[in-house]
Design a protein around this ligand. Structure first.
Ligand code: ZN
Length: 224
């Protein structure tokens, strides 16, 4: 059987791509990591985005209490000190700035590091994860004419997530499903196909969490 690269469809998938990227897991890595067929070009093309993804997700305050996030963060930081990472390091440090922390009453609490997150860059990685998981769960490649997208959940406001909005309904329905867990909370996902799967076999919705802190909503959609 000739396998196709799950991303570009090329019929020469020499390698396997880890879903999610294996750099998110501390060593020893769990034995149940998911892999999907991938050509070398698609595999190598993702590595800088993967590095950015793990650095941003493990730097977040909310991830700090997760032991795996702490270890992965230390590893990411030591990797940043390599000479060949100099450009990447500056790009990251340029986004970090000191902010003043104040209570609502205006009492000064000290300073904390803050940084700007390029959400769209994180979403590129998360949408790739959705395509990989689509293959893993459904057993075939997401067709090239389908639309796919992922969003950091916190980008949505209360109106977007209201009970009568599509996004709000989708998130609520997904929340009630059992999750699959890889690496004790490093990565969890839930997913669902739409109700009329006969007409829309490629339309799916996904909820991802990383280090039990950052959530993404992803979807794949059939063309009309
Ligand atoms: Zn490919």
């Amino acid at each position: 059987m000739i396998l196709e690269c799950v991303y570009c469809g090329r019929k020469e998938p020499k390698g396997r791509d880890h879903i999610p990227p294996k750099n998110l897991f501390p060593s020893p890595r769990p034995s149940d990591l998911i892999t999907v067929p991938s050509c070398r070009k698609c595999n190598e093309g993702a590595s800088l985005d993967d590095e950015y993804f793990r650095l941003m997700l493990t730097t977040r305050d909310a991830a700090y209490n997760h032991p795996a996030a702490q270890e992965v963060w230390r590893r990411a930081m030591s990797r940043l000190s390599r000479p060949q990472s100099a450009g990447f390091k500056h790009a990251f440090l340029d986004t970090v700035r000191e902010i003043e922390l104040k209570t609502p009453a205006g009492i000064f609490l000290g300073t904390a590091g803050a940084y700007d997150v390029d959400f769209e860059r994180l979403e590129v990685v998360a949408s790739r994860i959705a395509r990989g998981l689509f293959y893993h769960e459904i057993g075939r490649r997401l067709p090239s004419n389908c639309y796919y997208r992922a969003f950091v959940l916190e980008r949505f406001d209360a109106t977007d997530l209201s009970p009568d909005s599509t996004i709000g309904r989708t998130v609520r329905a997904l929340s009630e499903l059992p999750h699959k867990d890889i690496g004790q909370g490093v990565f969890r996902y839930k997913w669902s196909q739409v109700a009329d799967a006969d007409r829309h076999p490629n339309t799916t919705a996904w909820l991802f969490s990383f280090y039990e802190s950052t959530l993404f909503l992803a979807s794949t959609v059939d063309p009309n």
